[in-house]
Ligand binder design. Structure first.
Ligand SMILES: *Cc1c(COP(=O)(O)O)cnc(C)c1O
Length: 240
């Protein structure tokens, strides 16, 4: 059903290989090993059969920004060793159904969502790995905690015993130049660095999820450990 042709599979694998090289190079240039940065292959532009081809090309960390897409792709790829990353806005009424599929929840963007996540995870008897999304670009209309809200929240994180926060996630402004994206990423890293000393016992924040197709190298320079890449995976391939 909708299987990508052999030439599409080949092109996807080439894109994955090229991105892997660029990620490794950017990591090395910032004094880190290639393995310090994980490619999260965002599959929101492609059907499940293409996502399967991405797994065959070596991507085992896949990302989706819509609950329904995550449900259907996770079901379609249930036979594969995939960890799913949820990277979009979550409506609380979709949380219960989505939670079982989520390996890392990047986009916890409000106290209300964090509380709902705690409640659902406790009810399900599991610990959910999560990142707090911070509005680093200052764009009005962008989701996420304000930096000051994260500062105020840090010492309360122990109250959310079933949400295991592992760091921060952010998005640079899309309509400003790349140098400014790098400054947004730098602010997120500095916020993380400033807060790690205040984390409750047992909470560690090794992760910074930042960088997309157009700005991931800048994000890696600033310490990204997870880059979320969608359109560059399908670059040069007709998706219809
Ligand atoms: C779509 C999306 C991405 C991937 O964006 P590209 O520019 O296509 O690489 C990354 N992060 C989030 C939150 C997204 O919604």
């Amino acid at each position: 059903m909708n299987d990508p042709s052999a030439s599409v599979q080949h092109a996807l694998a080439e894109n994955v290989g090229r991105l892997g090289d660029r990620i490794a190079q950017a990591a090395k240039a910032s004094g880190r090993p290639a393995e310090a940065v994980t490619l999260v292959a965002v599959t929101k532009y492609v059907p499940a059969a293409w996502a399967r081809a991405l797994v065959a090309a070596g991507c085992h960390e896949l990302g989706e920004s819509r609950p329904q897409e995550l449900w259907s792709k996770a079901a379609a790829l249930a036979d594969l060793p995939v960890r799913w990353h949820f990277i979009g806005h979550m409506q609380r009424n979709k949380l219960r159904r989505t939670l079982p599929a989520i390996g890392l929840f990047h986009s916890v963007d409000s106290l209300r969502l964090l509380s709902a996540l705690e409640e659902e995870a406790a009810a399900a008897g599991r610990q959910v790995p999560a990142l707090l999304e911070v509005n680093i670009s200052g764009d009005a209309g962008k989701g996420g905690f304000e930096p000051a809200e994260v500062e105020a929240l840090v010492e309360r994180l122990a109250e959310f015993a079933h949400v295991s926060t592992q760091g921060l996630m952010g998005m640079a402004s899309l309509d400003r130049p790349a140098e400014e994206a790098e400054r947004d990423f730098e602010r997120l890293r500095m916020l993380r660095d400033r807060l790690v000393g205040r984390l409750p016992t047992g909470v560690e924040w090794p992760h910074l999820s930042m960088g997309m197709s157009g700005d991931f190298e800048a994000a890696i320079r600033q310490g990204a450990t997870l880059v979320r890449i969608g359109s560059a995976l399908v670059e040069g391939i007709a998706t219809t």
